[in-house]
Design a protein around this ligand. Structure first.
Ligand code: HEM
Length: 128
């Protein structure tokens, strides 16, 4: 399976097991980044869900479409006080919830694909 097939398959396997991972992801994220909880205090679960959908879209988006979209998000978010280091924590929370939700079906190839994708996204985010 290719790198992007592994990402999509792991997301599909998680979706088969749980309808909505939004609450789990933000619970984990806010534990790792209380500053993010403060910044997002005015957002309800619907807004948080829309943001998470956009994050998942970036996880599976082809690389050639990614840079412009991601840089745009980083720029608009910076105006809301979002620091670059918060992105890794958010991606890690999503990765962790997907891994836990997939459970026994999780394998080292999924793990590697997620690690590489998160590294790639953070590389784009941290490149001026
Ligand atoms: C690549 C990662 C991210 C993507 C794709 C993304 C995407 C989005 C989207 C689509 C919205 C609008 C939600 C709506 O429909 O109402 C939003 C809002 C917001 N996001 Fe993110 N987000 C990301 C990372 C983060 C991070 C790391 C933080 C840190 C706390 C953050 C904080 C916020 C806040 C505070 C808002 C609300 C802004 C407002 O009040 O208008 N986001 N995000």
């Amino acid at each position: 399976m290719s790198y992007s097939e592994l990402l999509v398959t792991s997301l599909e396997m998680a979706a088969d097991k749980m309808d909505d991972i939004t609450e789990q992801v933000y619970a984990l994220y806010f534990k790792a980044s209380p500053e993010s909880r403060d910044l997002m205090g005015h957002m309800d679960m619907l807004m948080c869900g829309r943001m998470l959908n956009e994050v998942i879209t970036l996880i599976i988006m082809p690389d050639n479409d990614l840079e412009v979209t991601l840089k745009f998000e980083v720029k608009t978010h910076a105006a809301n006080g979002v620091d670059l280091n918060m992105y890794l924590l958010l991606f890690n929370a999503l990765h962790s919830v997907i891994r836990t939700t997939v459970g026994d079906g999780w394998n080292p190839e999924f793990e590697l694909a997620w690690k590489e994708r998160v590294d790639y996204l953070c590389g784009v985010i941290n490149t001026p």
